[in-house]
Design a protein around this ligand. Structure first.
Ligand SMILES: Nc1nc2c(ncn2[C@@H]2O[C@H](COP(=O)(O)OP(=O)(O)OP(=O)(O)O)[C@@H](O)[C@H]2O)c(=O)[nH]1
Length: 527
């Protein structure tokens, strides 16, 4: 076989290797593009899921998206990622501090309660278990602080009143009366009932809360009251733990995912650097082989020498190309591995983000809902009315606010009991909700007072509408203790004017309501 045939074959092999090296390089390039587009996608999904968690975080994520859209340098992207990670770390630290504070409060109160003399053993035991169970629960949201501290205060009042009774009993030496069985001061019962009415916990606990409220309407003893307190403590605590299991995990996962993405970006940068230098080393090697080949040709004395030399050099080039292909293939594998890992993290974060969003929505729904009537509460009203006011000041339209109050409601409570009062509020709330169109708004402002917002309806039509509602409520067939009872409403109403803000408009309607009450009740007064 001639040397030229060998050289031809070598050249064919060489060409194939060159082609495959070019192909591998192209794929690598494509892969890098996919990876950076996954990263961009990740950041935009991240921004979407985290939106609303914190304004500063939203802001930084928006900046990061801009950097990515402008194809800024990886260094800038990395700097922004570091800032975001720092922000998340700061968040966890603040949250941890608040949570620790909440737990300290909870424990101090619990320990204080435990120290109280004459606490029945069973209660003391339950309290101890409750306190030790919550000891390691370092996570929560701040919304639980307020009900917990209110409940603790109430509990303390109840215990102090029990101690007082015990003291009175022993000083009067009446051995047949025990503080466990004496009935409780009605103001504590009233405050506890109001607390339970306004307590926002997951709906699964509502039947238990209702049961306790019913128990409170009968003449309960101190022991039963303290048992009820403990049960409510437990409900709040369980709700708090359940809440932690979903919402809280999100921020820390977000932080962890970001750090690992940051590491992935860092690794990509350093691998790219390393691969750049490896590539240039391999290219140098190839160049040298080709230069050597040219030199070999120049220095050759005969054709035979040339062929031998070319064969020799081709072998070197082939092995250098082989090395380059293997290297690029391995790099490709490593890249796709990292890409897969990153994708997995994005998926995980997405599903946790969805759970977090759902929980936030549930919490917002709960915090905007009045527990007793299921109408919107005062917070929902404030939110709705301020939005309408912004619209109004942008382009005025007929916007009216109605404040209404049940007449002589105290009498219902006093004559037929608090439960009858609650039922009345529920029925009237449902009637109000049914009497208005979908685009109008009604909320329970507090106690026996409701607010309504009407849009695009003039004074005459509105007064007619409100009178219809008033008569409808007056005709509701309430029956308590075999007595037919009629409940009437007084209503104050006004249209918003250009110089109004939320407060002036509300006050005008409230003054009209006051007038309606003063001048005979069961009527609508327009201001
Ligand atoms: N059952 C029940 N009663 C409530 C609730 N919130 C407030 N109340 C009661 O509503 C009553 C309001 O009494 P007042 O402010 O004297 O008003 P009124 O008796 O309606 O008298 P007028 O407003 O002058 O017609 C009080 O007895 C409160 O205890 C609640 O959630 N449930």
């Amino acid at each position: 076989m001639s040397q030229s045939t060998t050289a031809d074959k070598e050249i064919i092999v060489l060409k194939k290797k060159l082609d495959s090296a070019i192909q591998a390089r192209l794929e690598l390039q494509k892969d890098l593009e996919v990876q950076s587009s996954t990263f961009v996608q990740f950041i935009s999904k991240l921004s979407h899921t985290a939106k609303g968690t914190d304004a500063q975080l939203d802001n930084k994520l928006a900046k990061l998206r801009k950097l990515l859209a402008k194809s800024s340098s990886w260094q800038d992207v990395q700097d922004m990622l570091s800032e975001i990670t720092q922000l998340l770390l700061k968040h966890s630290a603040t949250k941890d501090r608040n949570i620790t504070h909440l737990h300290e409060q909870f424990h101090q109160a619990g320990q204080l309660l435990q120290k109280i003399r004459n606490l029945p053993d069973s209660l003391r035991r339950e309290l101890r278990t409750l306190i030790s169970e919550t000891k390691d629960t370092k996570d929560s949201v701040i919304q639980y602080i307020s009900p917990l501290s209110q409940l603790i205060k109430l509990y303390q009042t109840a215990l102090i009143s029990k101690e007082k009774i015990k003291h009175d009993v022993s000083s009067k030496n009446q051995s047949n009366t025990s503080p466990e069985t004496t009935s409780v001061d009605s103001s504590i019962i009233e405050r506890f009932t109001a607390f339970l009415t306004n307590l926002n916990v997951s709906s699964s606990y509502q039947p238990k809360i209702n049961k306790i409220k019913t128990e409170l309407t009968s003449n309960i003893s101190h022991k039963e009251l303290l048992d009820d307190f403990l049960e409510v403590f437990e409900i709040i605590n369980k709700d708090l733990i359940a809440e932690r299991d979903t919402a809280k995990v999100f921020l820390s996962t977000l932080s962890k995912t970001l750090s690992s993405v940051q590491t992935a970006v860092q690794t990509t940068i350093s691998i790219n650097e390393a691969s750049k230098s490896k590539h240039s080393e391999l290219n140098k090697k190839l160049k040298k082989n080709i230069t050597d080949m040219a030199e070999g040709l120049n220095n050759a004395n005969s054709l035979a020498d040339v062929k031998v030399d070319i064969n020799e050099k081709l072998k070197h080039i082939a092995s250098a190309l082989e090395e380059k292909t293997v290297f690029e293939f391995e790099q490709l594998k490593a890249m796709s591995l990292r890409l897969g890992e990153m994708q997995q993290k994005v998926n995980l974060l997405e599903s946790q983000g969805r759970a977090f969003k759902k929980k936030i929505q549930e919490q917002q729904a709960i915090s905007y809902q009045d527990a007793l009537t299921k109408l919107g509460n005062r917070a929902a009203f404030d939110d709705y009315f301020s939005k309408q006011m912004v619209r109004f000041h942008h382009a005025p339209f007929d916007l009216a606010i109605v404040v209404l109050d049940l007449d002589n409601f105290k009498r219902i409570n006093d004559t037929y009991g608090h439960t009858a009062g609650d039922k009345t509020l529920q029925v009237i709330a449902a009637t109000l909700a049914k009497s208005i169109d979908k685009d109008q708004f009604v909320a329970r402002y507090g106690g026996e007072e409701f607010v309504m917002i009407f849009t695009n309806i003039d004074k005459k039509q509105l007064i007619e509408k409100l009178n219809t509602i008033r008569l409808k409520v007056a005709k509701l067939p309430f029956k308590f203790k075999n007595n037919n009872v009629s409940i009437t409403l007084s209503l104050g109403v006004t249209h918003v004017i250009g110089s109004d803000n939320i407060h002036t408009a509300f006050e005008r309607a409230d003054t009209a309501l006051y007038k309606a009450k003063e001048t005979g009740k069961n009527q609508v007064i327009y201001a």
